[in-house]
Design a protein around this ligand. Structure first.
Ligand code: PHE
Length: 339
């Protein structure tokens, strides 16, 4: 029986050492130590031994069991470590690999041009102010010297939400609000969305954008207006751009002018961009009407000012040679991705 035990022990040791997977070590555990295992079977044969031999043999078998048990545990541990190591090696992350590109959005061309405009005017000392898109008749028209029966209302027909509530037709309303809350000297621009009941075509949209400017202080004259607008035109279109002032009419300015710049595309010879005129109209402006100053509690005997209104959409379409204003509002990615 002793020999049998030694035999079992030898083969067990050899096969444990040779085991190469966690599964095969588990099979060996069952084979030697399980309920029907070889060592267990040996214990069951003890009955055939003499009473003196029994405890000795029992001890030997138990020692052998413990030995096999320890060997199996060690080997199992070793195999497990190896497996983990292998797994880690297989799953290594190569941090030098180029990352997946994140798709970055872009600014809408209107915003790009607006940001440029804000930079230009801020460098001349203007603040940026905001106002509501839903305005009262009072701020959009009355305070701007356009009473209810004024014919100029026809040019700026809009969308009414209630008797006295409308979508603003010009950001000039925000200038009135500014004059009510700030004391001169005032130097602000008001960029924003405006609305008019216009038919949609390549150059008209019921929604468009303005940047209006306002300066109020003592001793402000038309010269200041010319200086600021010329500077602006040179920065936007280049320093050899010529600027032309034509007399015009706005109810809220007196005198009023319309401002053209020489076409940056053809230099004034006439082309498709300027429709052969050589000039592009970019804004309306003028000296703030005394009635407007008065309606905001500013004494026109002491203070004077100028205002101007620039169409952001026109500026953007001419800069990027966009043939149809509707493209700016359709949000077609194929169009927007080009900028
Ligand atoms: N608010 C005028 C418009 O929308 C533009 C303008 C602003 C003209 C300021 C003069 C002075 O047509």
């Amino acid at each position: 029986m002793k020999e049998q035990l030694n035999g079992i022990l030898e083969t067990a040791k050899a096969s444990i050492l040779a085991a190469d997977s966690e599964q095969s070590i588990e099979e060996l555990r069952v084979k030697y130590l399980g309920k029907k295992g070889e060592l267990t079977a040996l214990l069951k044969q003890m009955g055939s031994l003499s009473p003196e031999e029994r405890p000795k043999m029992g001890q030997l078998v138990n020692e052998a069991k413990a030995q096999v048990e320890a060997l199996i545990t060690d080997k199992a541990k070793e195999l497990k470590e190896k497996a983990t190591e292998l797994k880690l090696k297989e799953e290594t992350i190569d941090i030098t690999m180029p990352a997946k590109a994140v798709k970055r959005g872009k600014l809408h061309p209107l915003n790009t041009v607006l940001n440029d405009m804000i930079d230009i005017f801020q460098s001349m000392g203007f603040d940026v102010v905001d106002g509501p898109e839903v305005e009262t008749d009072h701020y959009n028209f009355e305070c701007l010297n356009v009473p209810a029966d004024h014919p100029a209302r026809d040019m700026q027909d809009t969308f009414y939400l209630a008797e006295n509530l409308l979508l603003r037709t010009q950001t000039s309303a925000a200038q009135i609000r500014t004059m009510e809350t700030r004391k001169p000297p005032i130097r602000v621009i008001c960029p924003g969305r405006v609305f008019r009941a216009d038919e949609v075509d390549a150059t008209h949209s019921p929604v468009f954008h303005q940047i209006e400017g306002l300066v109020v202080d003592k001793g402000i004259t038309l010269c200041d207006l010319k200086g600021v607008l010329e500077q602006f035109a040179h920065e936007i279109y280049g320093s050899d751009t010529k600027v032309k002032f034509r007399p015009s009419f706005f109810p809220f300015t007196e005198p009023s002018v319309e401002v053209d710049v020489s076409c940056s595309e053809c230099g004034g010879k006439g082309c498709r961009v300027c429709k052969g005129a050589g000039w592009i109209e970019i804004l309306g402006a003028g000296m703030v009407h005394p009635n407007v100053l008065r309606s905001c509690g500013i004494d026109p005997e002491v203070y004077s000012g100028f205002a101007f209104g620039i169409g952001l959409d026109r500026l953007t379409t001419t800069r990027y040679k966009i043939s149809d204003i509707r493209l700016l509002f359709e949000n077609d990615k194929r169009f927007l991705e080009q900028f």
